[in-house]
Write a protein that binds this ligand. Structure first.
Ligand code: F6P
Length: 358
């Protein structure tokens, strides 16, 4: 029997997951290994072991597809994180059952493609004696110890496209358009998408805002002769004296959403302007990956196999200074990579007259 390596995709999906899978398969086949794909994240590891053999035929043509061909979940038996900073322990018997399945299938190492929560689970599996390699994924781009995750660029492209569309209608009607984008804890999507889309106001979790300042900024824009105003708000943003807007709780985790509508209402009250809001939601997570995400995903997949071949278990692929390297998984968890409020990106935005509502 050929040596076997396992792979799974975990957490929220994002464009580029299939590019990683394809990279893993092609690099593994080059080494003479067989790839076992577990379905629906870590859940596929549970008895009887929901798996599929991935080879060049079954992964042919998948790079351009959004989502993941082996499925994913951000719920289930292996959830090790229910919010920023939280760490739940995956029950020992759940890990033992997964280990038994891996042993029975002859899987020597497991590549885990996921975000912060999945890396927290990966660390616990590694500590329990399962050889793990992490591949960082999230549209939010908030994983510590890597300068970038794949999926982010595709999400930003979607925000930019939405901004371009909203600009024209905002200008025609002399309206304020508010667009709510993803980003639970970090405002990277709002910041990059807003800059690329020519937003006038960007609201992010790292910089609590003041509704009066937003109102003033819009009035100043009107006085200067601008026809419309575009506001990009991250779902996790909040007013200085307010809370994050939460929809409901699912699996112990809050679902965010609704801040765009609240911001639009407050703006209308303060400025008397016709204001509309729109939520981009999962449009940012679906669809084909951008060029950058296809390339980054491929590089990450190939690197993960190299790390397994070299025995670097317990490490996560990491993007640093244009190079794909690796770091201990432990360095990537317990802390999120947030937007520095006075960093170069925020300063650049300020210098092109973008207000953060401070
Ligand atoms: O973490 C990625 C993310 O897309 C967040 O930006 C968002 O809050 C969350 O996932 C949405 O999760 P779900 O698909 O479970 O609603």
């Amino acid at each position: 029997m050929k040596p076997r390596i396992g792979v799974l995709t975990s957490g929220g999906d994002c464009p580029g997951l299939n590019a990683v899978l394809r990279g893993v398969v092609l690099a593994s086949e080059k080494l003479g290994w067989e790839v076992v794909g577990f379905r629906d994240g870590f859940e596929g590891l549970l008895p009887p072991g929901d798996h599929v053999i991935l080879d060049r035929k079954s992964t042919n043509g998948i790079m351009a597809l959004g989502g993941t061909i082996i499925g994913t979940t951000n719920r289930g038996h292996f959830v090790a994180k229910v919010g920023a900073g939280d760490r739940a322990v995956v029950p020992a018997d759940v890990i033992a059952r997964a280990k038994k399945i891996l042993d029975e299938l002859g899987v020597r190492a497991l590549i885990i493609i996921g975000g912060d929560g999945s890396m927290t689970t990966a660390l616990q599996l590694q500590e329990a004696g399962i050889n793990c390699i992490g591949v960082p994924k999230t549209i939010d781009n908030d994983i510590e110890a890597t300068a970038m995750t794949f999926g982010f660029d595709s999400a930003v492209a979607e925000v930019m496209d939405a901004c371009d569309r909203l600009h024209t209608t905002a200008t025609s009607h002399k309206r304020v358009m508010v667009v709510e984008v993803m980003g639970r804890h970090a405002g990277w999507i709002a910041l990059h998408g807003g800059i690329a889309g020519g937003a006038d106001i960007i609201l992010i979790p790292e910089i609590p805002f003041d509704y009066d300042k937003i109102g003033e900024a819009i009035k100043n824009r009107d006085a200067a002769g601008n026809l419309g105003t575009l506001v990009v708000v991250a779902e996790g943003a909040r007013a200085k004296d307010g809370q994050q807007i939460k929809r409901d709780v699912e699996g112990g985790e809050f679902r965010l959403g609704g801040i765009g509508e609240v911001v639009a209402r407050e703006i209308a009250q303060r400025t008397g302007k016709d204001t509309r809001s729109c939520v981009l939601g999962h449009l940012q997570r679906g669809g084909a990956p951008t060029t950058l995400d296809r390339i980054l995903g491929t590089r990450f997949g190939v690197k993960a196999v190299q790390l397994a071949n070299e025995g670097h278990f317990g490490s996560m692929v990491s993007y640093q200074n244009y190079q794909v390297r690796h770091v201990p998984i432990a360095e990537a968890v317990n802390r999120l990579r947030l937007v520095p409020p006075n960093g170069e990106m925020v300063q650049t935005a300020r210098d092109v007259e973008i207000s953060f509502g401070e």
